[in-house]
Structure formats: structure tokens, C-alpha cells
Write a protein that binds this ligand. Structure first.
Ligand SMILES: Cc1cc2nc3c(=O)[nH]c(=O)nc-3n(C[C@H](O)[C@H](O)[C@H](O)COP(=O)(O)OP(=O)(O)OC[C@H]3O[C@@H](n4cnc5c(N)ncnc54)[C@H](O)[C@@H]3O)c2cc1C
Ligand code: FES
Ligand code: FES
Length: 485
């Protein structure tokens, strides 16, 4: 392995920050970005609300270099991001948005817009909203209603009410297209290029804590072989909560977030190859006009901040029965590419899942890709039922696939459900009943009765077991009614 170093470097607003974890004992690699910014850098604008990614008070904006060395902006919930994530990136705080001109504070245009629409009362949520609005302003020129709602889906306000905040975003069309960031863009790119020229694998071993962040997949595989106990870290949107909410130690982490090979989406002849490190937001954007059923699920996955962090590999790696990508991937008959230094194997998603959060992944293995077949001759459909549309986990989710014969009989069918069992699971008995039968209402009604008894779901805060069964069978009818069109 090439030389590692114990240093991370990033830009905090304009300033180059270098943290050497061997020297600086006040910081740990699992210090959150939020705590660093508030307690160490002393930028107190950013706030903590929930410490679990839910409220958006801690929203900050990251800029990073894309493939063609252009700048990409994105929001993050800084309460669930560990410091090494910043390596090679630029982090913007709310303090950096305004400027001093002739001794006077001049607000950024999005801040002006928020003032104009009276979009703040107590102000606690406001820095988070400002950062989400700023990110929207930098990424979409004249955002429409859906884009505005998507951009603000991860920010909660308990006193102003949302309309005046949304109204601020609708003023964007009248705002100047250039801001101070436009003028400083080349300078920021140059600084980021300088940092990335020195990038190397980051490794720190301190006391009981070990953190490794490689730049190459081969290094990650070698490391996982040597230290199978190391926990893989994608975007940390699941794992960080163990620290921030459950106060558990994460003694040995293998952070995959800086491996570019894992972040590509490639179209092959009749399938797509999606890197495990691709974020849910990257996937959502890439699938804008492809795989509408998949895109529909991605639209209601967490919030924009969460989607920017969460990876596809992490969604599969957690093996959660309510992971939102799993039912729809199962409907697509997706396969996982799983690698170790010794072997590469592909496995069907349903074979990979063994039990509640149990999978076939061996301690020295990493999920590296998802293979998504693009069969246009079948209808794929998805639905997520949750208590609210945005930023909520599924009560029940569904991913269905259907192929009909010319005389409208069921040639093949997949009915995959999340939230109905300990794993994402196919309703095999119902599928078998439907095979070869006419695709018509009376048959679907019979199938619904089989489906209802096929699962023994849990009762929890989201729904009673009977409620889940009812949801599942009604989802089948909804699919029938929509697939009929
Ligand atoms: C506020 C909030 C809202 C959320 N909303 C949703 C939602 O709507 N739908 C949903 O499905 N989830 C949701 N989640 C959960 C989480 O965001 C997702 O599960 C996400 O996909 C996890 O990805 P990650 O990269 O952040 O995973 P991490 O937290 O980094 O890792 C999760 C697990 O996967 C393992 N892992 C990571 N990468 C790999 C890999 N390449 N190979 C093998 N194992 C790996 C890790 O070891 C760990 O066990 C939400 C989380 C939060 C905090
Ligand atoms: S503090 Fe609530 S999302 Fe971070
Ligand atoms: S202004 Fe008070 S919580 Fe939003």
C-alpha cells in the first residue's frame, strides 16, 4: 500500500484547514462536522436540532470538484457527517454568505429574499433554510415548485410556517444570476485542485480508534482482508446515528466515501452498472427520465440532504427490511457485485438477504456494484407508504414487475414488499397463484386474500400488523388499476 497520512485537508469557506489527528487530540475522526464547525471553528450560525438528520437545522453546503473539474454544490446535515468526509472538499457556513461592503453587511440575495417574504420568526431553523435556499440558487436557475419543495424537504420550521419560506425561493427568478461565489469560482476551483493534488489514503490509529479512508478500491479490499472487523462506511447516514443518538463507539471504520471507482453509473447494452458509492441523489438525477418507478421511490427517500449523503451500497449494506431501494431493485431482478481480494461474485438481491439485517456478505467483502437490468417489456411499479411524504421511513413499500402475454395473461410477476417481514420479501405464493391467470379484477381480488395471509408483519409505532396486511393487499389493487391504464 502507498504511504498513508494522518492529515485531512479542506477549505472552510475560503480558508485552508489542515487537521492532523496525530497532533490534535481535541478532535477525533468521528467528531461530527457540526461539532467541529460550532465548537472548534467557532462558527455558531449553524444549529443543532435533532442530531439525527431529521430537522435540517445543521444544514451546511459542500462544494466539490466534478470529473471535468467543475464545482458541484450540495447540502448535508452536518450533525451526522464525520470530519474525514470533508477531505478535499470545500465547506460553506452561513456566515460566509453575506459580505462587508463599506463597513455595512450586505446579505446574499437568498437571505434578502427570505427577509422580503418574512420567512423567519424565532430564527432557530433559519441558517439551515438559508443554506438549503443558497444551494438551490447555485444549482437550479429558475426552480419550479417541485424543485423548491425537494430542496427544502429536509428543513423543519416550528414557528414561521412554510409558505413564506417557499415564497422566498419563488423570488429566485428575479434575483441577480451572479453572486460573490460566481466571482470566486475559479479561485475556489484552483484551491481545491491544489488540495486534491496532495490527496492520499488517510489512516489514523489513536487509542482504541482506527479510521481508514482509502482513495482506491484495491486499497479498501486489501484493508478489509487484513482487518475484517473494520466497519464499512458509505455516507454514514445510518452509522453516524449510533454515535450521535446511541452514544456507541465506532472503533474501527473503513470509509469508502473517497473511492471514485465506486461512484460511477455506466450504461451497458441491456443493463446498468451502478457503483455502491453512488449517492441516492446522484441516482435520482441520473434516472430522471429512465426507470420512472425507481425514480418515484428515490424522490421520497429521506430529504435532499440525506440523499446527498446516503449511498446505494449503504442502503443494501444495512440489510434493513425498510430500505427503500430494495423492493424496487428486487422487482428489476437486480444483482449485487460483491468483491474481496480473492473473489468477485454476483448475487441476486433476494439470495443476498438472509434474515433481519443478516446478509451473505462475508467480513472481508464489500458490495461494489449493483447490476440493474433494463427490460423494457415489463411494467415495473413502486410505492412507498409512510406517515408523511418527505423525510419519513416506510411503513410498507412495494416494488412490482409484471409481464403479460398478448392475451393479457400473467407471463411473469414479482411482488416485492418492504416492511412486511424481517427482510424485503417477495410474495411467492401470490405470485404463483397469479402466474398464467388473466390479469383482471376478480383474479386480483382473489390474489389479495392470499397476499394478506402470506406475511406476519410486526406491529410498531408506524402501523399495526393488520394495518400492514391491509396496506399490502390494497397496494396490489392499486398496481392493477394503474397498470391497466
Ligand atoms: C433522517 C434520515 C432519513 C432517512 N430516510 C430514509 C428513507 O427514506 N429510506 C431509506 O431507505 N433509508 C433512509 N434512511 C437511512 C439511510 O439514509 C439509508 O439506509 C442509506 O442508504 C444508508 O447509506 P449510507 O451510505 O449512509 O450508509 P452507512 O451509514 O455508511 O452504512 C450503512 C450500513 O451499510 C454498510 N455499508 C456501507 N457501504 C457498504 C458497501 N459498499 N458494501 C457493504 N456494506 C456497506 C455499513 O457497514 C453499514 O452497516 C434515512 C436516514 C436518516 C438519518
Ligand atoms: S441537527 Fe437536525 S438534522 Fe442535524
Ligand atoms: S423560525 Fe422558528 S423554527 Fe423556524
Amino acid at each position: 500500500m502507498e504511504q498513508n497520512n494522518s492529515i485531512i485537508q479542506f477549505l472552510l469557506n475560503e480558508e485552508l484547514r489542515t487537521i492532523d489527528f496525530r497532533m490534535d487530540k481535541t478532535l477525533s475522526p468521528t467528531t461530527t462536522v457540526l461539532n467541529y464547525v460550532r465548537d472548534h471553528a467557532k462558527y455558531k450560525g449553524v444549529k443543532e436540532g435533532c442530531a439525527e438528520g431529521d430537522c435540517g437545522a445543521c444544514t451546511l453546503v459542500i462544494a466539490e470538484l466534478g470529473e471535468n473539474e467543475e464545482l458541484h454544490y450540495k447540502t448535508i446535515t452536518s450533525c451526522i457527517v464525520f470530519l474525514p468526509y470533508l477531505n478535499g472538499k470545500q465547506l460553506f457556513t452561513v456566515e460566509y454568505l453575506s459580505e462587508k461592503q463599506n463597513g455595512q453587511t450586505v446579505l446574499h440575495p437568498v437571505q434578502e429574499a427570505l427577509v422580503k417574504t418574512n420567512g423567519s420568526q424565532c430564527g432557530y431553523c433559519t441558517p439551515g433554510f438559508v443554506m438549503s435556499l443558497f444551494n438551490l440558487y447555485k444549482t437550479i436557475e429558475n426552480p419550479n415548485r417541485v424543485e423548491v419543495e425537494q430542496a427544502l424537504s429536509g428543513n423543519l420550521c416550528r414557528c414561521t410556517g412554510y409558505q413564506s419560506i417557499l415564497d422566498a425561493a419563488y423570488l429566485f427568478k428575479d434575483l441577480p444570476k451572479e453572486d460573490k461565489f460566481s466571482l470566486l469560482k475559479e479561485e475556489h476551483i484552483q484551491k481545491l485542485k491544489e488540495i486534491s493534488a496532495h490527496s492520499a489514503d488517510f489512516l489514523i490509529e489513536r487509542g482504541n480508534e482506527v479510521y481508514f479512508q482509502p482513495q482506491l478500491l484495491s486499497h479498501a479490499l486489501e484493508y478489509k482482508n487484513e482487518y475484517p472487523e473494520a466497519i464499512l462506511l458509505g455516507g454514514a447516514s445510518d452509522l453516524a446515528l449510533l454515535k450521535t443518538k446511541k452514544h456507541q463507539d465506532l472503533p474501527h471504520l473503513l470509509d469508502l466515501s473517497h473511492i471514485k471507482e465506486l461512484q460511477t453509473i455506466v450504461k451497458k447494452a441491456d443493463y446498468w452498472e451502478i457503483g455502491a458509492g453512488v449517492s441516492i441523489e446522484q441516482l435520482r438525477v441520473a434516472f430522471e427520465d429512465k426507470f420512472p418507478s425507481f425514480r418515484k421511490m428515490l424522490d421520497v427517500f429521506g430529504s435532499q440532504q440525506i440523499r446527498n449523503l446516503a449511498t446505494l451500497g449503504g442502503n443494501l449494506g444495512s440489510g434493513s427490511p425498510i430500505g427503500d431501494t430494495l423492493p424496487v431493485l428486487m422487482a428489476h431482478q437486480a444483482e449485487l457485485l460483491i468483491e474481496s481480494v480473492h473473489e468477485r461474485r454476483t448475487e441476486k438481491l433476494e439470495d443476498y438477504l438472509l434474515g433481519y439485517r443478516k446478509t451473505t456478505l462475508m467480513p472481508n467483502e464489500i458490495i461494489t456494484k449493483v447490476i440493474l437490468p433494463s427490460d423494457e417489456n415489463q411494467i415495473i411499479w413502486s410505492e412507498k407508504i409512510s406517515k408523511r411524504r418527505d423525510l419519513d421511513i416506510s411503513t410498507v413499500s412495494a416494488g412490482f414487475a409484471l409481464k403479460l402475454t398478448n392475451d393479457r395473461k400473467v407471463q411473469s410477476i414479482i411482488l416485492a414488499f418492504g416492511g412486511m417481514a424481517a427482510i424485503t420479501y417477495r410474495a411467492y405464493q401470490t405470485e404463483e397463484f397469479l402466474l398464467g391467470k388473466p390479469w383482471e379484477k376478480s383474479i386480483i381480488e382473489e390474489a389479495m386474500e392470499i397476499l394478506k395471509d402470506e406475511f406476519t408483519p410486526l406491529s410498531d409505532a408506524r402501523a399495526e400488523a393488520e394495518g400492514r396486511k391491509l396496506l399490502a393487499k390494497n397496494l396490489l389493487m392499486k398496481f392493477y388499476l394503474e397498470a391497466r391504464k
